[in-house]
Ligand binder design. Structure first.
Ligand SMILES: *Cc1c(COP(=O)(O)O)cnc(C)c1O
Length: 398
């Protein structure tokens, strides 16, 4: 098993084919819905699983060479036997979870799990007779107490949104190892560059490829990485449910991944500098970034992450209106959800991801009204820091 974090060389070359048709360097987009057979003998040999080409395919929903190459690169970066690509992060999560659970099973997840994942488990899976256990962020004693023979899946994220909470993934894996529970880490915020969760004992690693892997805010995608024994079950579910990546989208994700290591290195650096600058600003109440000594999970972050990633959350004095003034005063950072792309984005969770909640409910789910979430891009570090500082000053003067 691979345990070293991937390098830039891995990001450019891992999983690449060297036997391309027409000797092209770059992959072509294999636009085909189906595949042909020379004659009935050829078809029957394939159906018996005796084709000399183990990668041969018969229909587009079951696989595509452009997609397959991207899957090989993701598996290499995550240090796993295999990976599967999906048309979105949610398609990756829902297909994977559905593939593994049956009525009577229990799924454990943490309260700060991505809103739509939580909605899928809490609202949709319960209709199918799958129960769930919700734990407070990072509560591993709670996990050890809650886990039982019914527990089939333990889902966590690292770092989480928006407070960048980190969990001791090795201990989590250790707790689950003695049981039938499989572990799944949504590693979207960590990226394969900052953490190799498979080497920490985690069974399945999921990414929203929409974020860092694609990296250009121009394509949706998702992936799951893990051992072939589990992924063959997920593959079968994907064949049935039909959530397959379009080869155009796959090509964009594969191309984006070639610069993943460079981009994440810049984002790690810029986010840390922004976090430090904000922490020193009098109009900021609190900054959340895992690589700051003040973060509640700093010790775990130092142990498990090579970098803090590109997201910095902070609470501005002056509540909802104070945060609104800061966001509106930014000139470089654009207002949008999402993260991990080349452009710096900013949002106020109270009026974006959690806009349906009233003031008391916001407090109940732990979203401060003055919270701002910044997702740094790859612009010059000093430009991103400068933009935030001028926005803070402008908002304070307004
Ligand atoms: C964005 C995101 C998702 C969902 O991914 P999509 O590609 O938008 O479907 C899942 N988990 C996390 C942590 C995310 O940030």
């Amino acid at each position: 098993m691979k345990t070293a974090l991937p390098t830039s060389t891995d990001a450019v070359h891992a999983g690449e084919r060297v036997d391309r048709p027409d000797h092209t360097l770059a992959p072509s987009i294999a636009l085909t819905a189906t595949y042909t057979f020379a004659d009935s003998d050829d078809l029957e040999r394939f159906m018996r699983g005796e084709d000399p080409d183990p990668g041969r395919l018969d229909y587009g929903r079951y696989g595509n060479p452009t997609v397959r190459e991207v899957e090989a690169r993701i598996a290499a970066l995550d240090g796993t036997e295999d990976a599967l690509l999906f048309p979105s992060g949610m398609a990756a999560l829902t297909t994977t979870i559905l593939a593994l659970v049956k009525a009577g099973d229990d799924v454990v997840l943490f309260r700060d799990t991505y809103r739509r994942t939580r909605q899928f488990v809490v609202k949709m899976l319960s209709r199918l007779g799958v129960s769930h256990t919700l734990l407070e962020p990072g509560d591993l004693d709670g996990l050890a107490a809650a886990i039982g023979p019914k527990t089939r899946l333990v889902i966590t994220e690292m770092p989480t949104n928006p407070y960048l909470r980190c969990v001791d993934v090795e201990r989590l894996a250790e707790i689950c190892k003695k049981t039938r529970a499989k572990t799944l880490v949504d590693a979207t915020f960590a990226t394969p560059i900052n953490a190799m969760f498979s080497a920490m004992g985690i069974d399945l690693v999921v990414h929203s490829a929409t974020k860092y892997l694609g990296g250009h805010n121009d394509v949706l995608g998702g992936s799951v990485s893990g051992p072939s024994s589990l992924l063959s079950v997920v593959h079968e579910a994907r064949d049935v449910l039909g959530g397959v990546s379009d080869p155009h989208a796959a090509m964009l994700i594969g191309r984006g991944m070639k610069t993943l290591s460079l981009r994440v290195a810049r984002q790690n650096q810029t986010a840390l500098e922004v976090a430090r600058a904000l922490e020193a600003h009098p109009a900021v109440e609190r900054v959340y970034y895992p690589m700051l000594e003040s973060h509640p999970d700093h010790a775990i972050a130092k142990k498990h992450l090579a970098g803090g990633g590109g997201v910095v959350s902070f609470v501005v004095r002056g509540g909802k209106d104070g945060a609104r003034r800061v966001v509106d005063a930014c000139k470089l950072a654009r207002i949008a959800p999402s993260l991990g792309g080349v452009e710096t984005l900013i949002e106020q969770p109270a009026i974006m991801s959690y806009s349906e909640l009233g003031p008391e409910e916001l407090v109940a789910v732990g979203i401060a009204p003055g919270l701002v979430r910044l997702a740094v891009g790859i612009e010059e570090t000093e430009d991103v820091v400068g933009d935030l500082l001028q926005a803070m000053d402008a908002a304070a003067g307004a």
